[in-house]
Write a protein that binds this ligand. Sequence first.
Ligand SMILES: [Zn+2]
Length: 304
Amino acid sequence: MNLFSLAKAFPTEEHALAYWCKVRWPKGVVCVKCSHDKCYLIETRGKTGKPARIFECAACKLHFSATAGTLFHDSHLPLQKWFMAIALMVEAKKGVSAKQVQRHIGCAYKTAWYLCHRIRQAMQEPSDVVLGGPGVVVEMDEMFVGGRVAGSGIFNSQKKKVKVVGIVERGGSVHMQTVKTVRKSSIKPIFYEKVAPDTEKIVTDGAPVYLAVIPAHQHQAGNHKEEKRTRQKLSNQTIEGVFSLFKRGVVGSYHQLGAEHLDRYLGEFCWRYNRRKLQPWMFQMALLSVAENKPMPYKELTKF
Ligand SMILES: [Zn+2]
């Protein structure tokens, strides 16, 4: 959903609230404590004195907001602003920075930073997703993320960079995650967890670690020279393309992102990439995920 259709679909906060309730409770509002299905909408004043709409449970008399217990938990931002931030994040192929979101929706930087992380949390694939399968070719590679450290050579900088492993199906989905090392001990468990055993072929670069990890009958070590000569797709260009798109996003949109949050950024990127053919439904998917996710307190994000 682009910003124009968003503004048209939700011209007031009431429209946004009605839509949110429909996404969260398709069969009608349910009490967040006792699951009773009779709840009344009441008008009251929030902590800041502004008028607020909350629900009262007919059974346990609990007062709760429509966002209680979700990723939007305890937020004082209007839903319209949340919706706009989600639309911005799901549309931006290379990602959008908290600074940009702050400018677009008009809020404090800290608020924008926190809301971006919460939406990013909603844009994570389930942990049990597996790539590959019969007739599918996947590519696997690693990259280093992070800038050069002033005053140290390339070798030392490389050591300080964060290592990321990526797996992509040709024409399909991608998975990326940080790893402690690019040795067998780190790569092997990811390979067995994320790549289906009956995958047709796994294409990597010439790094020796893959010889020790991937069964020989499925493995193909890429060869750029041979590829040029035979004009066949022999190397791992797809995953290299994904890495370069992510790096352009990191440099172009986020500038500096905390290494401790990198997995969440990678997850966001994969989520968007994996839904690139479902563009018209991405906003609704993200919103549903926000409703289904548990709250993520600010303290948890800043404990590093
Ligand atoms: Zn109740």
